[in-house]
Write a protein that binds this ligand. Structure first.
Ligand code: KG4
Ligand code: ZN
Length: 337
């Protein structure tokens, strides 16, 4: 009985960038999800400093593991498998989480699972749904990636398109920086845009009509830069709202075009930028108008967290998969080879 329960408890560690996160799952039930954010530490530099991130993962990981164990009401002896994000991300950050998970797996003689951070984001909208993973068109919009993916089932993904330059979150953060907003720009642009006019500036919708599912956001950032000399005389909320609208229009239009081209009926929206209030609203309206179901995770599961890593680990364990302790980190790991 005890052995049966222990086989299903997973501790997952996520340290790919600047969040130290630990989650505990029993099967696909989330028992604890702890995130120690380093945003305040990096804000003074205007972006993530890898050495600072790595040092703080090392400092924070043990207390975050302890706090997750306490919340879940379990001890390490109960755990059936240890998982960690192995890429993509910052090498020195990934090394902390994977080394800890491997050490625990060796110490407690349990399996180790190396998890792709992007698969975590990709599948997060399905976490907690009764149907589990279903065929869908997935838009993954994070600080480092903008991916349009066709999901056939667990582990069967086809990359339809991606950004040719800046990721959507990167565009939000760079524009936030240009406008003098605190790091990270995304949530601040979102907040300020609420009081702005989306039609005040006609910013470019790059690749909106291109014959593919790729994206480009660097031209949009440049268009905002041209406004800077006039920033004193224009409304900051109008700039934020018009910029955000341009990003959202392209993301929503291309996602729905993929839905139509691939004859899918479900959209799965994920990644930190899927917290964006206008993106959620516009995607919801576009899906509803076409009778398409929209799955989007709760905001805590959209930004970096370990629950999504634990979910993928639990799915892999259920499929009889685990990873070699010799497997290495890969800062450039791709979702689809
Ligand atoms: O998925 P995530 O937490 O980390 C990566 O894997 O990159 O995404 C972080 C990105 C940042 O660029 C951040 O500015 C953006 O998500 N973000 C937002 C919002 N909340 C987070 N962008 C726009 N609006 C938001 N509300
Ligand atoms: Zn992420």
């Amino acid at each position: 009985m005890a052995a049966d329960t222990s086989a299903r408890l997973v501790v997952a560690i996520e340290t790919s960038c600047d969040e130290t996160a630990v989650a505990i799952l029993r099967g696909q039930e989330l028992l604890a999800s702890e995130v120690a954010s380093q945003i305040a530490l990096h804000a003074q530099y205007g972006g993530v400093v890898p050495e600072v991130a790595s040092r703080n993962h090392l400092r924070m990981l043990q207390p975050v593991i302890d706090s997750a164990l306490a919340k879940a009401g379990i001890s390490l002896n109960d755990v059936g498998a240890f998982a960690a994000t192995c890429g993509p991300g910052l090498a020195t950050s990934l090394m902390i989480g994977t080394s800890a998970a491997k050490a625990l797996a060796i110490g407690f003689r349990k399996p180790y699972l190396a998890i792709n951070h992007m698969e975590g984001h990709l599948l997060s909208p399905f976490f907690g749904t009764s149907e589990g993973i279903r065929p869908a068109i997935a838009l993954v919009v994070s600080g480092g990636h903008t991916l349009l993916v066709e999901i056939e089932g667990f582990g069967r993904y086809h990359l339809l398109g991606q950004t040719q330059d800046d990721a959507a979150g990167e565009a939000f953060d760079k524009v936030g920086k240009l406008l003098g907003l605190p790091y990270p720009g995304g949530p601040n642009v979102d907040r300020i845009a609420r009081d702005g006019d989306v039609a005040r500036f006609d910013f470019p919708r790059s690749m909106l009509h291109s014959d593919d599912f790729n994206f480009s956001f660097s031209g949009l950032k440049t268009a905002v830069r041209y406004l800077l000399p006039k920033l004193e005389t224009v409304s900051l909320p109008d700039v934020c709202a018009s910029f955000q609208e341009a990003v959202v229009e392209v993301l929503v239009t291309k996602t729905l075009r993929a839905v139509q081209a691939k004859r899918q009926h479900v959209v799965a929206l994920s990644g930190g930028v899927s917290c964006n209030s206008r993106l959620r609203e516009a995607m919801r309206a576009a899906c509803a108008a076409r009778g398409v179901e929209l799955l989007v995770a709760s905001p805590a599961l959209c930004t970096d967290n370990a629950a999504m890593i634990g979910y993928v680990a639990a799915l892999k364990l259920a499929h009889g998969e685990s990873s070699s302790l010799a497997s290495d980190i890969d800062p450039n790991l791709r979702l689809v080879a």
